[in-house]
Design a protein around this ligand. Structure first.
Ligand code: PMP
Length: 421
């Protein structure tokens, strides 16, 4: 496999873009492949290598690349212009559909990224409660805004410390962290800080360290303790929304938060973010209330058109049922391979999310840290060499799309078997 053109382009890219990329996880060492095009389940680099894509742009492309229905919807919007700076009818239709699918959402606001969605949801929760602090899960990712970029592993030191240069400690001191799947620590934090505690935000299935799944009644208990203490519960469903079910993890697990953030899938591959929630909280958002929020590209007509198209296909083609069956087959095939090879690895996931952890079954971030991260990177390159593009990190979830064929799944399994050996 030659990657000569990518290697050469990387030399130039590094002089122009920090790390040669536009987002850090893409900077695969020693150099990433640069993509030429993508269609269905396949992605092709500028050297002409084709890979079965299990990264899928880190989640949005649940129908695969260049889905014809989404393409048609976007082209039809382009014919009518693509940015007006006025409200549009399709954004009302999309909001209506989402509110019908997510019981936690009476009202919502469109933004352009998941980062903006969580930033604004937290601002709305703080504005609504008049309180400053919020709790997040250690290792949970909610985008790249200041308040959520806090160092993991602070343990007893509960006040959040910035995890990036350029963030004043004052901006993260209201961010508290607890381990996933640990209701006792959460309860004790809520009791200790409740005077000034606005919200608890979590990914109901942790997609950015895994997938790591909620154990037993964890989400139900989370709902109970937040409700009893008037803490705004925010499900960050940027990954799980429209993935585990049309109504996301909250439908799948039957737990309704106070607020929800969405992104990725609901934009059909175009930039989008959404935050929504109970009427009384969302009425606080400007211009109806005093929690300021605004954006030039918010409700962008092309993203909304793509979003409506993706929802149509997901519903009409019963995609979640098919993906769930394909995911189950794949995970059971992977479990057989791991068992046959006598490896103490763990196959994790549900629906279209999957991953092999190079270690024991993790329950939280500290468990995931114990897995063999360097081994995973070596494995990543072997898989790439076998024509399979996985996310280049032990922490990122692998995805299947509706465009993956039975033949793709067989190739993925045989590549895993050959390379795990
Ligand atoms: N929340 C979650 C759960 C995410 O996975 C991500 C992105 N990986 C974000 C928020 C941020 O979304 P974006 O990259 O669109 O800003």
């Amino acid at each position: 496999m030659s990657l000569d053109k990518s290697r050469e382009l990387y030399q130039k890219a590094r002089t122009l873009l920090p790390g040669g990329v536009s987002s850090p996880v893409r900077a695969i060492k020693p150099y990433p492949f640069y993509t030429q095009s993508a269609s269905g389940s396949k992605i092709t680099d500028i050297d002409g290598n084709e890979y079965i894509d299990c990264c899928l742009a880190y989640g949005p492309n649940i129908l695969g690349h260049a889905n014809p229905n989404i393409k048609e919807a976007v082209i039809s919007q382009l014919d009518k212009g693509w940015l007006y700076g006025t409200p549009t009818e399709p954004e009302v239709s999309l909001a209506d559909r989402i509110a019908g699918l997510y019981p936690s959402i009476d009202m919502l606001r469109f933004v352009s990224t998941g980062t903006e969605a969580t930033m604004s949801a937290l601002r709305a929760a703080r504005g609504f409660t008049g309180k400053n602090k919020f709790i997040k899960i250690e290792g949970g990712f909610h985008g790249a805004h200041d308040a959520v970029l806090v160092k993991a592993g602070s343990g007893a030191t509960t006040l959040g410390k910035p995890d990036s240069l350029g963030i004043p400690g004052d901006f993260t001191k209201h961010t508290l962290q607890v381990p996933f799947n640990d209701i006792e620590t959460l309860t004790s934090f809520i009791e200790k800080y409740n005077d000034d505690l606005a919200a608890f935000i979590l990914e109901p299935v942790m997609g950015n360290i895994g997938p790591v799944l909620p154990e037993g009644d964890y989400l139900r208990e989370v709902r109970k303790v937040t409700e009893e203490n008037d803490v705004v519960l925010i499900f960050d469903e940027v990954i799980t929304g429209f993935r585990l079910a049309m109504g996301g993890a909250q439908e799948y697990y039957g737990v309704t938060p106070d607020m929800t953030t969405l992104g990725k899938i609901v934009g059909g591959g175009l930039p989008i973010g959404i935050f929504g929630g109970k009427k009384e909280i969302m009425e606080m958002v400007s211009p109806s209330g005093s929690v300021y929020q605004a954006g030039t590209f918010s409700g962008s007509p092309t993203s909304v058109a793509a979003g409506l198209a993706v929802l149509d296909v997901l519903e009409k083609e019963d995609v979640h049922k098919k993906l769930s069956a394909a995911g189950d087959d794949l995970r059971s095939g992977l479990s057989d391979i791991v068992a046959d090879l006598g490896l103490d690895y763990t196959v994790s996931g549900l629906s279209s999310m999957f991953k092999i952890f190079f270690g024991d079954r993790p329950l939280d971030y500290q468990d995931v840290l114990k897995c063999d991260k360097e081994g995973y990177i070596k494995f990543f390159f072997r898989m790439l060499d076998s024509g399979i593009f996985l996310p280049p990190s032990q922490f990122e979830t692998n995805f299947l799309s509706a465009a993956h064929t039975g033949d793709d799944l067989e190739k993925i399994l045989s590549a895993y078997e050959a390379n795990l050996k």
